[in-house]
Design a binder for this molecule. Structure first.
Ligand code: PGA
Length: 257
């Protein structure tokens, strides 16, 4: 983390796991044990149907709410889809874009992620853009090239004054939901490389202001070590964000003096 130059953001990614009727209970449990988040912004990203309950329940906890996807069109005949304006209207502040599960199971492409980033920024949402390599790519030694391509495509056409609002989440695919975390050094290295890509595109001042998270089996045990890396400014947390005690412990790790 480097709190002088950029925000630390701890974001939960509930994926397809929490029922709308369970949201209030989760928030109450978290409220009882959650440390004061003096140094970090805390976010819960939830399925669309959970969002109204989440916005209401997390308001007193000063936790922002995010969606897990959006449609790239402003409005119209797109049955089953949800627009950026709808999310904003509910009080949603963040949106996860290009998560590897969406790239893998729903055919999301770098170009599609870019269109969603532009739409999210236009609406005033903060996109959390996910990038990450597969195990094969890591073994082939092409991790950094692959990630640079994903970052450059996601940010294509994003002006410098808006890129400061983008959060990048580095999530090695082999570490997601597997219990295999990247070592702090591996994660730190890729996050530094991501900052270098942003520096190439936008210059040093912008690059140092962008929040870069690590995600992939981050938990209450490994969070402090990962967050101690200078270029890791937070986490995108799946499994551990469903358990109030674990999520609270990660928030505490991000708020150590
Ligand atoms: P995980 O998920 O923490 O369960 O590995 C992270 C993510 O997919 O965002």
């Amino acid at each position: 983390m480097n709190r002088k130059y950029r925000k630390t953001v701890i974001a939960g990614n509930w994926k397809m796991n929490m029922l709308p009727s369970q949201v209030k209970g989760f928030a109450e449990e978290l409220k009882n044990i959650s440390p004061k988040a003096k140094w970090c912004e805390t976010v819960i990203c939830a399925p669309y149907v959970d969002l109204p309950a989440a916005v209401k329940a997390f308001k007193d906890l000063r936790i922002s709410v995010g969606a897990e996807n959006l449609n790239e069109n402003p409005k119209g005949a797109f049955t089953g889809e949800v627009s950026s304006a709808m999310l904003c209207d509910l009080g949603v502040k963040y949106v996860i874009l290009g998560h590897s599960e969406r790239r893998q199971y729903y055919g999301e492409t770098d170009a599609g992620v870019n269109r969603k980033v532009l739409v999210a920024l236009e609406a005033g949402l903060t996109p959390i853009v996910c990038v990450g390599e597969s195990l094969e790519q890591r073994e082939m030694g092409i991790t950094l090239e692959h990630i640079a391509l994903q970052v450059k495509s996601a940010l294509y056409g994003v002006p410098a004054e808006k890129v400061r609002r983008v959060v990048i989440a580095y999530e090695p695919i082999w570490a997601i939901g597997t219990g295999k975390t990247a070592t702090a050094q591996q994660a730190g290295e890729v996050c530094s490389a991501i900052r270098n890509v942003i520096r190439e595109l936008y210059g040093a001042r912008v690059a140092r202001s962008v929040t870069i998270q690590y995600g992939g089996s981050m938990n209450e045990k490994n969070a402090a070590e990962l967050l101690a890396q200078p270029d890791i400014d937070g986490g995108l947390i799946g499994g551990a964000s469903l358990v109030p005690e674990k999520f609270a412990a990660i928030i505490a790790a991000a708020n150590q003096e």
